[in-house]
Design a protein around this ligand. Sequence first.
Ligand code: PGA
Length: 257
Amino acid sequence: MTKQKFILGNWKMNNQLAEIEEFTAHLTNLSQVQHPDLYLGIAPMSPYLSLVRQKFPPFLHVGAQNISTQKKGAFTGEIPASTVSELKGEFVLVGHSERRSYFHETSSELAEKIRRAFEERLLTVFCVGETLKEREEKSHFDCVKKQMNEVIELLGDDAQKILSASFIMAYEPVWAIGTGKVASAKDAEEMHAFISSLLKEKWGNEFFLPILYGGSVTAQNINELLAMPNISGALVGGASLKSDSFSLLAQAAFKFF
Ligand code: PGA
């Protein structure tokens, strides 16, 4: 059975109109790497969601980097999941380390965001990962387990239903994000296998979630990462900003089909 592969670009607070034009003008290479099991997506800044959706070809999915915990109302500056759907966004990142550290997002907020994404049938990309200190202290497995367990417990009786619906995970060691220090394929695989075993422990051997690796992924290191049995794709910041480097990542994933 072919397993799905994902290449998701997280543009963060980058790529405004001129760069979006540039990116879309050079997308031609991408049409050659289409496969039903290859999910290619980009999360631009939310105000550009609609524009990017119009400019991108249909096979390139568009998503949001964040959503509100709330459905609607007096929450100045927030964007609800329903707006992401209305603008034809299809996925949302939840729990990215930059949200956790700079905006102090807690597990209970992340669980609410996951509920909102589920209600809108958005694909949730739930991010976990340890800091450098935690890795050096060898508490990286405990850290990731805690990040997962807290959210699963908060989702309560709905957890299995929500995680089985439209949900994937991303392992992004904080020390590897934007630093050029990629985790070795062996270290990443070890964590992915651990995450996968935690899920199987909870819900049985058949339970499977794609787990993407994120943190300084480039065309130079992606082949090795994707070759690992528990790595289903990549969540990419820097190397997703330009269409040529994003296309190289998509091509690398396409080779697996
Ligand atoms: P990076 O970012 O690829 O630039 O390290 C990854 C991420 O933050 O998702």
